[in-house]
Design a protein around this ligand. Structure first.
Ligand code: 26Y
Length: 813
């Protein structure tokens, strides 16, 4: 007879309550009768974890037996947020847990709020990975995520306070102290004569230790795994130093190693080139590859079949060193001939690009790289030589092209261009929205596009977290109206509800839900920030990292323009001004001076506007500190307008545009990133588009720099706004000089050139708001036209067109 783990029925409230109590007494060692909410949360989480682990084990052993081709998603960022609510929803046990915790005297919602966000990421790229692993599990695709277990995440808010999210025990990770791999840094290389092999030795060694996070699929037994690596010393302890009486030295190597994975780098879209970051990347990639190859070796197959079992998706260039690491392992350790190894490697890797901004492209100073990873640099030289020979054959004598395409950038010092390496080593390269994928091929990768394999996979977001979990009332309305909850795994189905825009009763229900979500946010703003906002005002939301290209400035200067208008308005005119609540949330990278200035100006404008009796209830400005996934889950369902106003051609995709649209916020946006596809699907008359087009940006930018006109000429409205700032209307006027100067001078991101268009679009917003029935129609049309922007569609696209993998569901007994 089979040995079976303890079973609880998913509707068995008493049984579930018993498992929670068992964890209170025997795992937490506390008394059930004397428990606070934190304890109750922890015990509940441990009980849910038991459920996840059972499924995780079944999935793992099933896939071990079946040996399907698997995808490994390598992302240095995983912005997971909280797990408990998502897990019970995916397990279809939310009601059971709600009742069970109630039985124990707790409110489930309160317990949910005890959980810390797992914020192992900065923004879009990290959250995308989180949505994708949710979809991989839900679609029953055999796949794992690999990342780094950073202890301290997401510094970079205006307070600069690090978030030590692991200072409490984290019930969602399983330490696998038995799964560990040695990682070498520095050292020397000896060539082995008459072979392409070499021996890399010396330097420092540490261990990468695995921590596993189970990822449940929705309405399936299938549970994926997110494996995070932590650095540990090889020996905790230097016995020689200890015996010599030097206690400090005996433990020093221990903390040295652990420092490698201690921090999450808070920069996005701004490359810094720090050695510790390259160490992180190598530790993560080497450990992941050793793990993947160990699994493959259990199949006892020759190396040339590796691409039939393994595909590795690189989330941006951060894991590019893994291409070279696979080459090194195959050549030096497995004695595979160079050309065979290269043939295998280039069938395993695929690369997703997330940005066209040149300042975000990784290029390592060659001396730093050579010192840390000497053997890898040798292999890169060989890869580059072969690649450039190929180029020279195709374009004889075109030395300039060879210089542009080379993986090594000439200069003092030289640099290793990771994007070039990623493209050369991958069988597919994709951008993350249609416009972005086109721009990649016409701008930064123009020279490299001759290689086939450039493609597009438009981003998506999981409707489980970004609708079912964060907006349960809207989810219920959809389910009730469609008569099933199948839309949660087939989001296209919500398009069947588009005609409901013309149904007055449905519109009423839809609007009530929005108002309730706005009231919930208003409560939070009141209790957390002491701020009163009017639920009848238009809630505009711009929630994303602070960056010049995203142009929070355009929004902020629009607010100041509105404020000046209100100040000047006659009582008659005031009546015609629509009420606005402008909500900003997002972090700036700690060293990003201009972005920090923008936050400072938002906060100071809020101080003045929100307390000016002349403003009354016409305008509120809110900056929400410590933006996180959990905060987003409260903001997004409450938004009326989704502000997506990056300079055309700069935002690769955007994903808050998808989350906000799905929750019924109207798009106020530029023709950029995924806005293009969103506007196409919702219909341009249901969105507010503005600004110059990507194709025209370069010419306008050139003219801003080389045929300078005064700000007054480019935008008289903006010039008036700047005057008010400089006059000290919002305090310390001179402080903002460097920010304003970027716009006076070159205005690289076309703030002044798009300001008029932005104001015109806002006027249309205000006009439409006056007609609530029309507004709600457009809101409904927006939400139910978002069927393509689910991460299920994106991941299915990857599976079909890049990974060539099939679903392999665990049998339901
Ligand atoms: C190399 C280092 C400085 C670096 C670190 C993080 C570079 C880039 C990043 C992160 C980039 C990022 O988050 N990009 C965003 O990816 C989203 C998902 O594809 C896109 O929606 C969004 O437009 C893009 O800015």
């Amino acid at each position: 007879t089979a040995i079976e783990a303890e079973q609880v029925d998913k509707d068995d409230v008493q049984g579930v309550a018993n498992t929670v109590v068992r964890h209170v007494t025997t795992t937490l060692a506390r008394q059930a009768g004397n428990l606070d909410e934190l304890g109750a949360y922890q015990a509940t989480a441990l009980s849910v974890r038991d459920q996840l682990l059972k499924r995780w084990n079944e999935t793992t052993s099933y896939h071990t037996k079946n040996a399907p081709k698997r995808v490994y998603y390598l992302s240095i960022e995983w912005l997971m947020g909280r797990t408990l609510d998502n897990a019970v929803l995916n397990l279809d046990m939310r009601n059971t847990y709600e009742s069970a915790t109630q039985k124990l005297g707790f409110n489930f919602e309160d317990l949910l709020n005890e959980e810390r966000d797992a914020a192992l990421g900065n923004g879009g790229l990290g959250r995308l990975a989180a949505c994708y692993i949710d979809s991989m599990a839900t679609l029953n695709l055999p796949g794992w995520g690999y990342g780094l277990r950073q202890l301290i995440s997401s510094t970079g808010e205006q307070l600069e306070a690090p978030d030590p999210w692991l200072d409490r025990e984290n019930p969602w990770e399983i330490p696998r102290l038995d799964v560990s791999y040695p990682i070498r840094f520095y050292g020397r290389v000896e060539a082995i004569p008459n072979s392409s092999r070499a021996i890399w030795s010396g330097g420092n060694e540490c261990l990468a230790v695995a921590y596993d996070v189970p990822i449940p699929g929705f309405a399936t037994k299938n549970t994926a795994n997110l494996r995070l690596w932590a650095a540990r010393p090889i020996q905790g302890f230097d016995l020689n130093s200890f015996n010599a009486g030097n206690y400090e030295a005996s433990v020093a190597s221990s903390s040295d190693a652990e420092n490698i994975t201690r921090v999450l780098y808070p920069n996005d879209n701004m490359y810094a080139g720090k050695e510790l970051r390259l160490k992180q990347q190598y530790l993560w990639c080497s450990a992941s590859l050793q793990d993947i190859l160990r699994r493959y070796q259990k199949l006892n197959l020759p190396w040339d079949q590796l691409p039939d079992y393994v595909v590795i998706q690189m989330n941006d260039t951060h894991p590019t060193i893994s291409i070279v690491e696979l080459m090194r392992i195959l050549i030096d350790e497995e004695e595979v001939p160079y050309d065979v190894a290269w043939g295998i490697t280039t069938k395993v890797f695929a690369y997703t690009n997330h940005t066209v901004l040149p300042e975000a492209l990784e290029k390592w100073p060659l001396p730093l790289f050579e010192n840390l990873l000497p053997r890898h640099l040798q292999i890169i030289y060989t890869i580059n030589m072969n690649f450039l020979n190929e180029v020279a054959k195709r374009f004889p004598g075109d030395m300039d092209r060879i210089r542009r395409m080379s993986i090594i950038e000439e200069g003092t010092p030289k640099f290793v261009r990771m994007a070039h390496l990623a493209i050369v080593g991958s069988f597919k390269v994709n951008g993350v929205a249609a416009l972005h994928s086109q721009l990649l091929q016409s701008t930064i990768f123009r020279d490299l596009k001759g290689r086939d394999g450039f493609t597009n996979v438009t981003n998506g977001v999981t409707p489980r977290r970004w609708l079912l979990q964060c907006n349960p009332r809207l989810a219920q309305l959809i389910t009730d109206t469609l008569g099933s909850e199948h839309w949660l795994v087939n989001l296209k189905q919500i398009s069947q509800l588009l005609p409901m825009a013309d149904n007055a009763e449905f519109r009423h229900a839809f609007r009530e839900i929005k108002i309730e979500n706005k009231a919930r946010l208003a409560d939070v703003l009141h209790s957390e920030l002491g701020l009163s906002v009017d639920v009848d005002s238009i809630f505009t939301c711009q929630i994303k990292r602070l960056h010049e290209y995203k142009r929070q400035t355009l929004n902020l200067f629009g607010i100041i323009h509105r404020y000046l208008r209100i100040k000047k308005a006659t009582p008659q005119e005031r009546k015609k001004i629509a009420k606005h609540t402008a909500i900003f949330a997002g972090k700036a990278a700690p060293g990003y001076y201009i972005a920090k200035l923008v936050i400072r100006l938002i906060v100071n404008v809020a101080k003045i506007v929100n307390h000016d009796p002349d403003v009354g209830d016409l305008l509120r400005v809110v900056f929400i500190p410590d933006y996180s996934v959990s905060v987003a889950e409260v903001l997004i369902p409450a938004a009326d307008v989704s502000v997506q106003i990056s300079t055309a051609g700069t935002e690769a995709s955007g994903t808050s545009n998808m989350k906000l649209g799905l929750n019924g916020a109207l798009l106020l946006g530029t023709v950029d990133g995924a806005n293009v596809e969103i506007a196409e699907d919702v219909g341009e008359d249901n969105a507010f588009l503005l600004g110059h087009l990507a194709a025209d940006v370069e010419a306008v930018r050139y003219s801003n720099s080389y045929n300078p006109t005064s700000l007054e000429e480019r935008s008289p409205e903006l010039a008036a706004v700047f005057k008010a700032i400089e006059a000290g209307t919002f305090g310390d006027g001179h402080v903002y000089e460097p920010l304003l100067k970027t716009i006076y001078d070159h205005d690289y991101y076309l703030v002044s050139n798009d300001f008029g268009s932005y104001l015109a679009a806002e006027n249309l917003v205000d006009e439409l708001w006056a007609d609530q029935e029309e507004w709600t129609k457009k809101s409904i049309r927006t939400a139910f036209a978002m069927g393509s922007f689910t991460s299920d569609r994106s991941v299915q696209d990857y599976a079909d067109s890049i990974w060539s993998i099939e679903p392999d569901p665990v049998p339901e007994n």
